[in-house]
Design a protein around this ligand. Structure first.
Ligand code: MN
Length: 149
């Protein structure tokens, strides 16, 4: 992918030469109402910067993987599970998801949740929780009430 030096924003959080994609192409992972835009995919940096938007009440996949995420909340409100804790999210909050840490973003019911997410361009496939993993997570009542699968 070669980019022009500047690609203007066309509309709120839509950019020239950036397609709005399905969150995941593989239909096997559960999620609800999430779009993905790849803003930068630069071999010289070995990373990608993506913009995700979760619609009101939607959620990303509960997953973990070896690669990390560096996330900047861009708009809206919601919550995120990182490891064994749930955090409220508001614009400009920063979220670090370390390797092999369960995580899931959930938008508030009345607003979308939009965020930038930086990842390694070369990365392992996300793992979904097994029944045992879910049982362990759900041992915490707050997590049991939070996770969407
Ligand atoms: Mn992830």
């Amino acid at each position: 992918m070669s980019h022009k030096p500047v690609r203007p924003q066309l509309d709120a959080l839509r950019w020239r030469e950036v397609d709005v994609l399905d969150y995941k192409r593989d239909g096997s992972a559960p999620f609800r109402d999430v779009t993905r835009q790849v803003l930068f995919n630069l071999p010289s940096l070995a990373c990608q910067l993506r913009y995700f938007e979760v619609g009101p009440g939607g959620h990303t996949t509960l997953e973990r993987h070896q690669h990390a995420h560096a996330v900047v909340i861009e708009r809206g409100h919601g919550r995120v599970l990182v490891g064994d804790a749930i955090h409220d999210l508001a614009p400009h909050d920063l979220v670090h998801v370390p390797p092999m840490t369960w995580h899931q973003f959930v938008a508030a019911t009345d607003t979308p949740l939009g965020f930038l997410c930086m990842v390694n361009a070369e990365r392992d496939r996300p793992q979904l929780p097994t029944a045992e993993d879910l049982a362990r997570l759900r041992a915490d009542p707050a997590i049991a009430a939070f996770v969407r699968t």
